[in-house]
Design a protein around this ligand. Structure first.
Ligand code: NAD
Length: 251
């Protein structure tokens, strides 16, 4: 039966100890989903996400895993399967930056960002695919970036990883469609979080000048687009990208 909320759906959100991931986890729980809050290092933050959800009457648990390591991603999926009996929704949100012009970018900067952003997405999708195929139901939402669509100086590694997530999602969408599993992408623009802390004031003002809506975005605005793809009723939408960027990039 179709419902327009997320009642009883089991959802995993990677990197949900703060920022956009926390907001997605909270939004999903508020619509009735049982949420597994994944974190890699910040247990206090992840516990805060869980506490926020429970204090509003929602259901959530936390699970530590560095999702850039396949065996740990598998443990995360196994935990959710064991705890809740099935997985309906996976949000690949965990991500990081190591911004640098290419001449100054180290091999480690490149490898780390590709591993954390792109390989994590592969890892979690690979681990979740069989359970979703068995259930003949699934909603996978990958968090990319406008940087992966339009490019951004100083972010060759990040842009490559985020644009890689889009190509990956389109191929997986084709593989999974017949099993009632959709794979879609949300591409945020500039959302002030810990991730954007390091940007210079000059860079922030330059970015703002390119946003038609004239302000930065908020995590809950990204979460709302994720919710669209996560609902039962969006089952005819797959392989798509929604930008949540105040009109910064139009295509
Ligand atoms: P954030 O740094 O606050 O959150 C990222 C989260 O991912 C953190 O909780 C971090 O601990 C977690 N994480 C990192 N590596 C991990 C790993 N290996 N395993 C598990 N968790 C891991 O930043 P955010 O802005 O909330 O970013 C969330 C997502 O949104 C990222 O994928 C980011 O690239 C994307 N994004 C953000 C913006 C923005 O402007 N903030 C714009 C476009 C895209």
């Amino acid at each position: 039966d179709m419902n327009n909320n997320l009642k009883d759906r089991v959802s995993i959100v990677t990197g949900a100890s703060r920022g956009i991931g926390r907001s997605i986890a909270e939004a999903m729980a508020s619509l009735g989903a049982k949420v597994v809050v994944n974190f890699s290092k910040d247990e206090v933050g992840a516990q805060q996400t869980v506490d926020n959800i429970i204090s509003k009457g929602g259901l959530a648990t936390l699970f530590q895993a560095d999702v850039s390591v396949l065996s740990e991603a598998q443990e995360l999926i196994d935990y959710a399967l064991d705890k809740y009996d099935g997985i309906d929704i996976l949000v690949n949100n965990a991500g990081t930056t190591r911004d640098q012009l290419i001449v100054r970018m180290s091999e480690d900067d490149w490898d780390l960002v590709l591993k954390v952003n792109l390989k994590s997405t592969f890892n979690c999708c690979k681990a979740v695919m069989k359970p979703m195929m068995r259930k003949r139901y699934g909603r996978i939402i990958n968090i990319s970036s406008v940087s992966g669509i339009a490019g951004n100086a100083g972010q060759t590694n990040y842009s490559a990883s985020k644009s890689g997530m889009i190509g990956f999602s389109k191929s997986l969408a084709r593989e999974a469609a017949a099993r009632n599993i959709t794979v879609n992408v949300v591409a945020p623009g500039f959302i002030p979080t810990t991730l954007t802390n390091d940007l210079s004031e000059e860079m922030k003002q330059m970015t703002l000048a390119n946003i038609p809506i004239g302000r930065w975005g908020e995590p809950h605005e990204v979460a709302d687009a994720v919710i669209f793809f996560a609902r039962d009723v969006s089952g005819y939408v797959t392989g798509q990208v929604i930008n949540v960027d105040g009109g910064m990039v139009m295509f």
